[in-house]
Design a protein around this ligand. Structure first.
Ligand code: NI
Length: 176
């Protein structure tokens, strides 16, 4: 089922999301939510989605990139579910690149993020996982993790002059 996406201004996007008991992850309710979040992310060509974006303040995020018209140059990322994630920088290097958000429709801006991160979370089966990610994958993880803390990418921008409508982004800023 495709869910309605909360847009900037809805208080649910500014709340810190609640942890999900790992034992509840396998329940029909949480499994249905995960399926619906993935379906919603794909419907709107997102590369990630967090539960607060579908009006539920729970620490669940989905990430995945296949052929995506919103991010045509992005490398493939296999579908990854992050439940109660903990994210730490794995390098001191920060990289600025473009981000958009289904809750901040029609805008892009350049956001500094850690180049690589160490992630601890529970997966879609409620099993603990730990991995390292870098590049665009690390960027999306940090973006979704922010949603679970009540933050959006605009809060992380250090130079608001790069904020750009999508049409102007495509015309002036999209690479090659
Ligand atoms: Ni977002």
């Amino acid at each position: 089922m495709i869910l309605k996406v909360a847009r900037l201004g809805h208080p649910v996007l500014r709340r810190k999301a609640r942890r999900v008991s790992p034992r509840q992850v396998g329940s029909p309710g949480v499994q249905a939510l995960i399926r619906d979040m993935v379906e919603t992310m794909r419907e709107y060509d997102g590369v990630g989605i967090a539960a607060p974006q579908v009006h539920l303040a729970l620490q669940i995020a989905a990430i995945g990139v296949d052929h995506n018209p919103r991010y045509p140059k992005a490398r493939r990322i296999p579908l990854t579910l992050l439940i109660n994630p903990r994210v730490r920088p794995a390098s001191r290097r920060q990289v600025k690149d473009w981000e958009g958000c289904l809750s901040v429709e029609g805008l892009r801006g350049r956001v500094p993020r850690w180049h690589s991160v160490e992630v601890e979370a529970y997966n879609a089966q409620g099993k603990p996982v730990r991995f390292r990610a870098s590049g665009f994958f690390a960027r999306v993880i940090q973006h979704e993790w922010d949603h679970l803390q009540g933050k959006v990418f605009l809060d992380r921008m250090t130079d608001l002059s790069t904020l750009t409508h999508l049409t102007e982004y495509a015309r002036y800023w999209a690479k090659g």
